[in-house]
Design a protein around this ligand. Structure first.
Ligand code: AMP
Length: 285
């Protein structure tokens, strides 16, 4: 699974990325974290990035693209990754497309966490207070003054990515103002709808008396509904939640081979005939 979490600072990308890591065993690739580590280690990249980061400005594209390209090649990223804070500009997105293509990797989805800007300042203040309470070092750019600059950078340089990925039918938008739990559920639903999750081995259901005739429509229907689900996410640029929900539910019901009126009717029609055939055969023997 490979996905991008897109959203302004304080939108909950880090929190959701952590949850995806725990649930799916993929790695979180946060350019902000990597750059902070580079600054702390005083590497050449860190020295380049330090002042820009402290001022809420973006680090040059080639620097972050280089970091990400190397990181994707690490063995722990083979199972998949969630990009948090990258890409942040259109040239970064183009560079990512090119390097994924080169590495023969596919991007499953881009999930935008949409939030109310007025809530962001409050969120960052809460994050700072929590970090202080845990005795952790507070980020130098987590101040109201720098946050305003980071938001401006998001608006001018990162927001165009919404259009970029929407055009490429990769974008799904989630209301980031919901609770953490609700956002997680929504993200999982999107990932499942785009087929980013490994299909879980379904326990074999024994359809009592079901003939091939009854099983087929459900199978066809499942395939069709699943196809539609994928289409819905791909073609919906914003807020695909409802459509995904409905199509996903249809697919789930159809896949379980029950629930559709057509399938039930077919079952009623064919099951007695099948039963009669078996009785006749047994009588002959
Ligand atoms: P974050 O932790 O994602 O909020 O990032 C903190 C800071 O690191 C940002 O304000 C930028 O200065 C820098 N940074 C992180 N990711 C990128 C990126 N993809 N492109 C440019 N600068 C970045």
């Amino acid at each position: 699974m490979r996905l991008i979490l897109l959203g302004p600072p304080g939108s909950g990308k880090g929190t959701q990325a952590q949850r995806l890591v725990q649930r799916y065993g993929i790695v979180q690739l946060s350019t902000g974290e990597m750059l902070r580590a580079a600054v702390a280690a005083e590497t050449p990249v860190g020295l380049k990035a330090k002042d820009l980061m402290a001022n809420g400005q973006l680090v040059p594209d080639d620097v972050v693209v280089g970091i990400i390209s190397d990181r994707i090649d690490q063995p722990d990223a083979a199972k998949g990754f969630v990009l948090d804070g990258f890409p942040r500009t259109v040239p970064q997105a183009e560079a990512l497309d090119a390097l994924l293509k080169k590495k023969h990797l596919k991007l499953d989805a881009v999930v935008e966490l949409r939030v109310n800007e007025s809530a962001l300042l409050q969120r960052v203040e809460t994050r700072v207070a929590e970090m202080q309470a845990r005795g952790e070092e507070v980020r130098v750019d987590d101040t109201p003054e720098v946050l305003i600059k980071r938001l401006a950078a998001y608006r001018s340089q990162t927001e165009p990515l919404i259009h970029y990925y929407s055009e490429r039918r990769k974008l799904a938008t989630v209301d980031g103002m919901m609770t953490i739990e609700q956002v997680t559920r929504e993200v999982n639903r999107i990932l499942s709808a785009v087929g980013a999750l490994e299909p879980k081995a379904a326990p074999a259901r024994k359809a009592r008396g079901a003939t091939r005739k009854t099983a087929r429509p459900a199978g066809k229907k499942a395939a069709k509904a699943a196809k539609n689900t994928r289409k819905t996410v791909k073609t919906t640029s914003r807020g695909p939640r409802k459509a995904v929900k409905t199509a996903g539910r249809k697919a789930a019901v159809a896949a379980r081979g029950r629930g559709t009126a057509k399938a039930k009717k077919a079952f009623k029609r064919t099951a007695p005939k099948a039963a009669k055939k078996v009785t006749k055969k047994r009588a002959k023997r």
